[in-house]
Write a protein of this length. Structure first.
Length: 364
């Protein structure tokens, strides 16, 4: 029984599911209004409005003396009206396979990219393991998939003919391909963030993160070089593996233990969890963010906005990356050919955790 939110909107969602079920083909007669009323337990007032709007949106067409017909979409062979007939397959991420908690930064990335895909694809989306996706492609070369490449091992060994209707999402350090993939540009956002610190007068800027995020470190250095400056070597901390919240806090504690004229006045962290750990370490020593130490993160997770001091950070548009991948896939289907790869830039988001460098007291 349809209830709660607007009945005709719920009815439209049910009809869209019906169109993707495989029950109807392009040109088939759809249910009559009486059949829809009986099937979905809705009134004679609800059905005409729902069907009128869906006809105007291109799902159906009205044919005189025939009835309501499922409309074919000549611009995309896999669509009925505005609904994709074929399901989209996306690979299960390592975060799920290995049981990584939802608080892990990598899980935030997975969720945002996936949300962008699911909210943009006009049909059913299935999340399955990569070997199952390949098996589906083996059975049906029309299989549609968007692959999240950082979470697939040995992808390079897969024959290209098995993935002709696939689009890929590359995140650094993966190297994108010239066609059929989407990737973010981290460099611009990081450069803008570090330049902002330099413009605020900071010179002793620490860098805390994993040694695997090479583009973030390269952008950090480029920002200094563009101002004819050099980072302070003892303030650069690049650890192997994942640098956690607690590890970042401990590293910051070590840096704050340096003599006052060698301590960092600002810190760039390679993810927001690390930055929040750094802010905790600053507070635990009786110092303040940003008055004593400015802090910048990376990713723009929810906690960045809700931290005790809202965190300035580099926003990576992971949702938009997922959405762009869907757009690229649909273009590939419509044009029947490979599509040049696309990129989308990260951007610096200014909040409350950065300020003008604190002037040092004059030496006697």
């Amino acid at each position: 029984m349809i209830s709660s939110r607007t009945k005709y909107a719920q009815l439209q969602e049910s009809i869209k599911k019906e169109l993707t079920s495989g029950r109807f083909r392009e040109g088939d007669l759809f249910y009559t209004e009486k059949e829809i009323m009986a099937r979905y337990k809705v009134s004679g007032v609800t059905v005409p409005r729902a069907m009128r709007e869906m006809t105007e949106a291109g799902y159906f067409e009205r044919r005189r003396k025939l009835g309501t017909v499922v409309r074919s979409c000549l611009s995309s062979p896999a669509m009925k009206g505005n609904v994709m007939v074929r399901p989209l397959l996306i690979n299960r991420a390592a975060a799920e396979i290995n049981g990584i908690s939802g608080s892990d930064p990598s899980w935030f990335v997975v969720e945002e990219v996936r949300r962008g895909i699911i909210n943009s694809y006009p049909g059913m989306v299935k999340i399955i393991d990569f070997p199952e996706i390949l098996a589906e492609a083996e059975k049906d070369p029309r299989t549609l998939s968007i692959l999240y490449l950082p979470r697939i091992e040995n992808y390079a060994a897969v024959p290209p003919e098995k993935t002709r209707n696939f689009v890929k999402i590359f995140l650094p350090p993966a190297t994108p391909e010239p066609q059929n993939c989407v990737c973010p540009d981290y460099m611009t956002g990081v450069i803008d963030a570090v330049l902002h610190l330099i413009q605020l007068g900071h010179r002793r800027i620490a860098y805390i993160g994993s040694d695997s995020v090479k583009k973030r470190y390269a952008a950090f250095r480029i920002a200094f070089e563009s101002c004819s400056l050099s980072p302070v070597p003892e303030l650069i901390v690049r650890r192997p593996g994942v640098v956690s919240y607690d590890e970042a806090a401990a590293i910051m504690g070590e840096l704050l233990a340096l003599p006052e004229d060698r301590r960092p006045t600002a810190v760039f962290c390679t993810n927001d969890k690390q930055a929040i750990g750094v802010m905790r370490a600053v507070a635990s020593r009786g110092l303040k963010v940003p008055e004593d130490v400015s802090v910048i993160g990376f990713d723009d997770i929810d906690e960045a906005r809700t931290a005790p001091v809202p965190l300035s950070t580099v926003h990576v548009p992971y949702f938009e990356i997922g959405k762009m991948a869907v757009e690229l896939l649909l273009d590939k289907l419509r044009q029947g050919r490979d599509i040049p790869s696309r990129s989308i830039s990260a951007r610096y988001v200014l909040r409350d955790s950065t300020a003008q460098v604190k002037k040092e007291a004059p030496r006697s």
